[in-house]
Design a protein around this ligand. Sequence first.
Ligand SMILES: Cc1cc2nc3c(=O)[nH]c(=O)nc-3n(C[C@H](O)[C@H](O)[C@H](O)COP(=O)(O)O)c2cc1C
Length: 150
Amino acid sequence: MTEQLTFIVYASRAAEPFDHDDLVALLSQSRVNNSRDGITGMLVYRDLDFIQILEGPDAAVRALLERIGRDPRHTDVRVLLDEQTTERKYAAWSMGYEPTAPGDGSDGAVDALRTADDDATTRESADALGGWFHGRAGGSTDRPAPVSRG
Ligand SMILES: Cc1cc2nc3c(=O)[nH]c(=O)nc-3n(C[C@H](O)[C@H](O)[C@H](O)COP(=O)(O)O)c2cc1C
């Protein structure tokens, strides 16, 4: 049976800079909840900007989005893409995370996503960011904690 899935991409701004420990706490909380709720996806954080991709059963994704929208750790939550699909792009990750670094290829995709003004461009930029993520993550599943760089 094919799975009917909701695929969401949103952008937000951290209220305060997230350090390594903040990210570890956020990821461990997210991974416990998402595994329970059948949600997969990935999170990118760069210079206060968050981009998150969520995929899963519609009701679970919408309930999560509502919690996320109320979370004081970030503001300006903007849904960039809200689509129906039948295939997971992040099946191995309850919430994947790869640290970004200047010039590592994530910058262009994050900027393109934040400024995209139509669905086609947003989808293309989300795919580009997904390509960057999959290239970095390789075959691995959720890392126990984000790797700290610098
Ligand atoms: C940028 C960002 C991304 C988040 N992503 C998730 C997520 O993927 N899953 C999740 O359960 N909570 C996520 N949260 C946390 C939720 O906003 C909320 O605090 C949490 O779901 C509450 O769950 P609890 O029942 O464990 O307290 C995120 C928060 C932020 C700021």
